[in-house]
Design a protein around this ligand. Sequence first.
Ligand SMILES: [Ca+2]
Ligand SMILES: [Ca+2]
Length: 381
Amino acid sequence: MSYFMKNLYRFSALVFVSFAGLAHAAETIEGDKGTVIYGEAIAKFDAPWAMTFLSNDILLVSTKPGTLWLVNSSGQKAKIGGVPKVAYGGQGGLGDVVLHPDFKKNQLVYLSFVELSENGRERGAVVMRARLMFGQKPRLVEAERIWTQLPKRRSKGHFSHRLAFGPKGSAHEGKLFITSGDRQLQTPAQDFEMALGKVIRLNADGSVPEDNPFQNQGTLAKTFWSVGHRNALGLAFDQKGRLWSTEMGPRDGDELNVIQRGANYGWPIVSDGDNYNGTSIPDHATRPDLMAPKLSWVPTIAPSGLVIYDGSLFPEWKGDALIGGLRSRALIHVEIEGDKAHESERFSWGARVRDVAQAPDGSVWVLQDGQDGWLVKLTKQ
Ligand SMILES: [Ca+2]
Ligand SMILES: [Ca+2]
């Protein structure tokens, strides 16, 4: 066991206040193709948004109002200090939480959240990194802003602000990817002077990699990896080093994309869905020059968190996408075969699924959306 893990366990034995009976007995959940899995309710949160594992038994959970929790598998929680104040409202607040790939050495944590402009009228996302310290009380120290979503806008939606680090050994090792939504304004997704409707790629310290694709289209464009996105709430690498993203469509037309360097994903020029006001948007097939999704959904699933499964507990899911569905109230299993993807099975137990993650032991954990959002652990038994 590493020095870090020893510290973590010693620490966690001290700070977790003991609650009795929080975790519930496992209940069976049957997929629409008949696969049976088990769900165990671990702990409840006020509007949880994201989670990331420190070990099999300990994870971080963020909530939209602005709390970051250290949680163990018995459902015990400790609040983490030093989290900045966030602009909570609409679709925004505290967002994603991910670990630096060398977290066990440097204890660096990356958070995304929404802040107000100086005049208090406009909003935009921010990415901050800080060191997670254990002591009498867990806390973040040495907080440092590494990205600001520009320009800020009045809208309270489509921040996206999902984060993913390129895995070790991949072409993107140590690179931080950020989804930046169109802020409900559509056209910024094709505008090279706005970092909205883009996937952003940065070095771990926030500096701009010189091999990003758009070097001659202005300062902001140097941070872009891909353009033409609407509201990408899921972002995850697979074992081959490919980056996948889920994207909320307008009325229908949700997408699962493979994110490629310099590509244009078409929003708002094309979508397999249409506008909420009933006007139609040409489908992706009409514009082969714009990158088509690997899979799109009509009717909507409202996709949020995404993981590409790599565990051994569910060997039949290895290499496949697991997507949290909001309006579809489901965990959606998408089978990936080479370059192709299709929906394989839907697991629904009546809850909107905000985020999905894989624990080191291969169990799959979901965060249910809303004010009484449960953290649920999914296993085979
Ligand atoms: Ca698209
Ligand atoms: Ca369409």
